[in-house]
Design a protein around this ligand. Sequence first.
Ligand SMILES: *[C@@H]1O[C@H](CO)[C@@H](O)[C@H](O)[C@H]1NC(C)=O
Ligand SMILES: *[C@@H]1O[C@H](CO)[C@@H](O)[C@H](O)[C@H]1NC(C)=O
Ligand SMILES: *[C@@H]1O[C@H](CO)[C@@H](O)[C@H](O)[C@H]1NC(C)=O
Ligand SMILES: *[C@@H]1O[C@H](CO)[C@@H](O)[C@H](O)[C@H]1NC(C)=O
Ligand SMILES: *[C@@H]1O[C@H](CO)[C@@H](O)[C@H](O)[C@H]1NC(C)=O
Ligand SMILES: *[C@H]1O[C@H](CO)[C@@H](O)[C@H](O)[C@H]1NC(C)=O
Ligand SMILES: CC(=O)N[C@H]1CO[C@H](CO)[C@@H](O)[C@@H]1O
Length: 577
Amino acid sequence: MYHFYLNVGILTQLMFCTMLVSTQTLEEIKLTQEMMFEDISAIKKKVWVDITSKLNNLAKKLENVDTNGVTMPTTAKNNNNTTMDLDTSMEEMLKVCIDDRYSRLLKSFKDEKMKSRKLEEIVTNSSNEINDIKTSLDVYHSALQNQSTQMFALERDLVKVKNNFDNTRKIMSTLQQSYERSERDLKILNETFYSQKEESARTMSKPSFVSDWILMRAQDPEFSKKTIPHGLGTLPYKVDVQIRPTSGPNAGWIFTGDSAIQSDDDTVETYGGVLYFYDEINVYLLAPIKYNGKDGGVIINTGANSQKRLGNNHQTSVEAYVRVKVWASFDFPKPDMMSEWLPLDIRNKSLTYYDVKHGLNEYPGFVNVQIRCKLSNGNYIISEGIGASMMHTTYSGAGGVVHAFNDNSVRIWTGYVSNTTGNYFYRLFGLRDGWAETLLKHLNVNKGDFRVLTWKRHNIIRSNSESEKREDNIAFSEWTTFKDLSPDVDLFSVHVQANDGLNKGFRFPAYGNSQSQVSPYGGVVVAYNSFGDVRLWRPNPSKGGYLVNLHEPYGNGVNIQSTNNAHYVSNILRCRK
Ligand SMILES: *[C@@H]1O[C@H](CO)[C@@H](O)[C@H](O)[C@H]1NC(C)=O
Ligand SMILES: *[C@@H]1O[C@H](CO)[C@@H](O)[C@H](O)[C@H]1NC(C)=O
Ligand SMILES: *[C@@H]1O[C@H](CO)[C@@H](O)[C@H](O)[C@H]1NC(C)=O
Ligand SMILES: *[C@@H]1O[C@H](CO)[C@@H](O)[C@H](O)[C@H]1NC(C)=O
Ligand SMILES: *[C@@H]1O[C@H](CO)[C@@H](O)[C@H](O)[C@H]1NC(C)=O
Ligand SMILES: *[C@H]1O[C@H](CO)[C@@H](O)[C@H](O)[C@H]1NC(C)=O
Ligand SMILES: CC(=O)N[C@H]1CO[C@H](CO)[C@@H](O)[C@@H]1O
């Protein structure tokens, strides 16, 4: 009966276990299951062993009766079969009971096991799902972490970039400032450069060529002529010849060369000066020398002889120092008006007078008239326009081209000679007689051509510098004009401006020396010094002298005039050194 109770305990335990299954882990369930199987087999073993042994014992007991002499009648045996039948039926009963219980238990266990398997699957699935979620969460977390890290990195980078940007902006601003500064500097520089350029384009350079002071002496075969190579290789725009007395009342003063022969050696009248002509290579200087007449020709002549001219400090000198200043075209600003070369012919009335419009609408800052005559070898020699006609003696050889200008035009006069046979006057340059013999004797001076060069005052004279002075008192013999005159580089000139007549308002250039020998004659002789003082020797009205003098046959009589109703105008062109 013992094993029966045991079985009941195990079963109770089993029942309890089964009930707990849902709350216990799979492993526990498995463990319980295994324990149950063990118990069941133990029960089985015990039951069958016990019953078998009991039955064996019983069988033995029965066998022992027979064999020990106890004879048991078959009936008896059969009768005693009753005890054996009871035992057997009890066993049977127990067996059935156990089998039934076992099978029911097994069935319920199988059910439970099925449920458990399902549950296990769910739990496994859930666990898997949870693991999946956990994995996803881990990934998500990692990504978040990464993003956060990246965000931090990005933020760091942004801060860096911002700092860099700030720095760059600072640098840019500095750069901008320095750029603006340099732009300002550049602008100032450019303006300075341009204003200087403009100024230099507007003002004259000093003459490209300035000769040494050379001694010249009238009546001296050697010193009465000089050929000065200027070396410019181009036709000069202007030549200024300066004559400086070696002694006398005008030592230290400067007289100016003239560019036409207006006197000869035929009379006793003193004449003088230094004449100049030029080409692309040389400047040709001529002083008086007796040819076939008197030796009255000098280098300095203020017109004292025969009271031809009025003034103080008269001087007559045979020798002086002479210097040549030559301005090339490139020393000048571009002329505001430059005419073509226009024909002159003393034998053609219509080619002895011109009124060339310069169109500047103001008195030009500077005017030059160049006259060109041809040598027999085909080359040209240039002379420049002069300020008055001088002499009309048939054989005098006096000539020259007179010019004057106003605010509108430049007038040109040369003598008209209908028949050049048997006379020597009014040639374009004059004809050599009483002047040093040079290549001029090979020159065709009956005809040639001329051109006019004019510059606007504003375009040739430095701004804010005084360049023009007027003096109405014609009896005035010494006149202070410009300060700081530089004879080495500046170009100084004096003109006589007519106050009335056909040439009212026209300015005629002054002379450097007096060549006047017969009346009527004209022009004022001037000398100047480096202090801007001017000495004037005006024509003597009582001797047929006129400040403005143009007589027949100049210009074939067009706009000719003789007058002392005039005033002086001095001009200075200051040149860049
Ligand atoms: C458990 O998961 C498997 C595989 O994903 C599936 O076939 C099965 O139906 C799931 N079981 C339950 C009870 O959800
Ligand atoms: C996070 O960053 C690490 C290192 O950069 C990388 O190996 C990993 O794949 C990243 N994870 C995700 C989810 O981006
Ligand atoms: C310099 O100045 C000139 C004259 O004012 C002007 O025409 C030119 O454009 C300027 N150049 C520069 C680079 O500023
Ligand atoms: C004078 O010159 C003009 C202009 O050149 C010309 O027409 C005329 O024929 C010339 N007269 C003489 C006589 O040569
Ligand atoms: C020019 O003058 C000379 C001398 O007086 C004379 O012989 C000649 O006939 C004149 N010629 C003309 C064309 O008038
Ligand atoms: C014992 O009794 C059973 C039935 O009760 C019978 O079948 C059997 O033959 C009997 N045995 C003997 C020896 O009498
Ligand atoms: C030998 C023996 O004990 N025989 C018995 C068999 O059973 C009957 C009754 O059932 C008894 O009377 C006998 O004595």
